[in-house]
Design a protein around this ligand. Structure first.
Ligand SMILES: [Zn+2]
Length: 364
């Protein structure tokens, strides 16, 4: 139950879409907290995220990149493009099956899709529409279209076209304006630590243009760039300027007479960010905070430690000296469980930093 939310804002646990999704986003913004959006690639990573959310009594966003979706279907899947669609669908169906039993609200989302990946999103929407016929709700809560490398007119007209399709089945669209530095799954802007990084800062006028074009068509959110970069680099190369977000919110409010923070904002490249900059961004309408690099490391670090501590079990089924059987240590569940716990521990920190700990809107 959210500390600031009225009792009427309780939601059914499980995957939230449509009006329930909008309620959840509004509660985050009103309460100045955000949900971690964690990239997943497997049932292990999904279950670890759900477990951590339940433990922290927090709602959470589970998202798949195109590469994560492909991996979910299998790296050996014969058709890579189809794997990106079916892997995402398969992961989403797993989440629909189990999420409500963890007792928290879960947003299902897909990450960056550039121009080449528009067919991926449309393939997902084919499945989303079929699921809607059968279940009365969409398969995903939202998708992202990242056409920030294209001219803004193309970016916004494509987003408008896809959003109109999504609105019919109660889905939301995340768009990107400006360029998040660094790369993720081969998508994303360049980031050169010696170069002029002015492109890393979104222009408030572009955000206003997006609002004018999309607001009447459906629910959308904006990944605005304010110096955020995918991946973790040595400090000092890029300056986070959350005031860019405030400037965009204020411009829309001024032109349209909306209440403050009319835009739903998304923080990409959250791994490794300074905590005071995170807190500042939360005051400017950021409800979603992407985290991938840090949770990847937490997952793998835990396995590394387990292998170091039990090195023999990863070389021998039976100890060559004293005959000890190592089955209980090399059973993949044993070390994958350590990975899940490692990821979960990093999310404990994220829920705390983002203010979402203890604030699940899910009814008991
Ligand atoms: Zn991103």
């Amino acid at each position: 139950m959210a500390l600031d939310a009225p009792v009427s804002a309780r939601l059914k646990p499980g995957v939230v879409t449509g009006k329930d999704y909008e309620t959840l986003v509004a509660a985050c913004k009103a309460g100045h907290y955000a949900l971690p959006a964690v990239n997943v690639t497997s049932s292990n990573t999904i279950n670890a995220v759900l477990e951590a959310a339940a433990k922290n009594k927090a709602d959470v966003i589970i998202q798949l990149s195109n590469g994560g979706a492909q991996f979910y279907a299998g790296q050996g899947f014969p058709d890579g493009s189809l794997a990106k669609v079916l892997g995402a669908v398969s992961a989403a169906r797993h989440v629909h099956m189990v999420a409500e039993h963890y007792g928290v609200c879960v947003v299902l989302h897909t990450d960056h899709a550039n121009k080449k990946l528009i067919p991926w999103v449309e393939g997902l929407l084919d499945h989303g529409e079929a699921f809607f016929q059968e279940a009365g709700k969409p398969l995903f809560s939202s998708h992202m279209l990242d056409l920030s490398e294209e001219p803004i007119d193309f970016n916004l007209s494509e987003c408008a076209r896809v959003l109109q399709r999504m609105t019919k089945i109660g889905m939301s669209l995340e768009i990107e304006l400006g360029v998040t530095g660094g790369e993720e799954d081969g998508i994303g802007g360049e980031f050169d630590d010696s170069a002029d990084n002015s492109k890393l800062y979104t222009q408030p006028e572009d955000v206003l243009q997006a609002y004018d074009k999309l607001n009447s068509l459906g629910d959308f959110s904006v990944a605005a760039s304010f110096g955020n970069v995918h991946g973790v680099y040595k400090p000092g190369n890029v300056q986070l300027r959350p005031s860019i977000l405030k400037g965009s919110q204020d411009l829309v409010t001024e032109r349209h007479g909306t209440p403050e923070n009319p835009l739903n904002l998304v923080f990409h490249g959250g791994s490794g960010s300074e905590k005071d900059k995170i807190t500042e961004a939360l005051g400017y309408g950021v409800f979603k905070f992407n985290i991938d690099t840090d949770t990847q490391f937490a997952f793998s670090e835990a396995v590394g430690k387990f292998v170091d501590d039990n090195a023999k079990a990863f070389k021998y089924q039976i100890d060559p000296d004293d005959g000890t059987p190592y089955k209980k240590l090399y059973d993949p569940r044993k070390w994958l469980r350590q990975a899940e716990l490692g990821l979960g521990a990093r999310l404990d920190e994220a829920f705390e930093d983002l203010g979402s700990k203890g604030r699940s809107l899910a009814e008991a």
